[in-house]
Design a protein around this ligand. Structure first.
Ligand code: BTN
Length: 247
């Protein structure tokens, strides 16, 4: 595994830019880092707040040999790599909220968006773009009001931001590369399960417009969240969103 890292000042979205490079034949391991994203994208069509100087925003081009289902495993492996890297670089504890948000001190500090392009002839993937955004420190003016209750930063106060930011990127890439090398061996799954703080909690399972109350039982080896609804039916969720119910 070799990475070829390109650092840019301002981009719309590192995922968007890297998808264009992928389509014109860029090799696996191409990485695009941006200081600022003007159109950072999140899951489910959301925005990802990406101001300058306080976060890291980057995308990794992968050309996996396996099938489309691997997108889930790529994302899960990346979540473990991010959580481990945060702890190694900063000493701050990090947990994973299924599917792939990384939390510190009860707040989301990292989001991951993996986008794949499929090759219908082979049934495999032409490429996958793994996009990672981490709030390393909070912006001076704080996070925007509409996300401030959910979103936080790895460091509470000021931090040696520039250095910590490049070390974090390097640590995330190194750890992810080790997992990606043997993706089907799922060497990260035990760590993923151990870091999941949703398990054992009461959650709301959000599917489109419907919300159902459930208890999160475990994360299985395919990274599905196994939940038991109030009527005692059990379901293994392979994607979607849950929110932890406060009481
Ligand atoms: C989410 O939390 O919903 C996922 C957020 C993913 C953000 C990263 S930042 C780098 C890459 N470029 C993007 O536009 N999005 C991802």
């Amino acid at each position: 595994g070799q990475f070829n890292v390109e650092v840019r000042k301002t981009l719309t979205s590192t995922n968007t830019v890297l998808k264009e490079k992928a389509a014109s034949g860029a090799p696996e391991g191409t990485v695009v880092v941006a200081e600022v994203q003007t159109g950072g994208r999140g899951r489910l069509g959301r925005n990802f707040y990406s101001p300058g100087g306080t976060g890291i925003y980057f995308s990794v081009l992968l050309r996996p040999k396996g099938r489309a289902e691997e997108v889930t495993m790529i994302t899960a492996a990346a979540a473990v790599a991010v959580a481990e890297a945060i702890e190694a670089v900063t000493g701050v504890g990090a947990g994973i909220k299924w599917v792939n948000d990384v939390y510190c001190r009860g707040k989301k500090v990292c989001g991951i968006l993996t986008e794949g392009a499929f090759d219908f002839e082979s049934g495999g993937m032409e490429y996958a773009v793994l996009g990672i955004g981490v709030n390393v420190t909070a912006p001076d003016s704080g996070f925007p009001e509409d996300i401030a209750d959910k979103v936080g930063a790895v460091y509470e106060g000021a931090a040696p931001a520039a250095e910590a930011r490049s070390r974090l990127i390097a640590e995330i890439l190194t750890r992810f590369a080790a997992f990606y090398e043997s993706l089907s061996g799922k060497r990260f799954i035990g760590a993923y399960q151990a870091r999941s703080f949703v398990v054992g909690r009461d959650v709301d399972v959000i599917a489109g417009d419907t919300v159902r109350r459930a208890r999160a039982l475990r994360v299985d080896d395919d990274c599905r969240l196994v939940v038991r609804y109030e009527d005692d039916t059990v379901e293994a969720l392979s994607s979607g969103e849950v929110s932890i119910r406060p009481y």
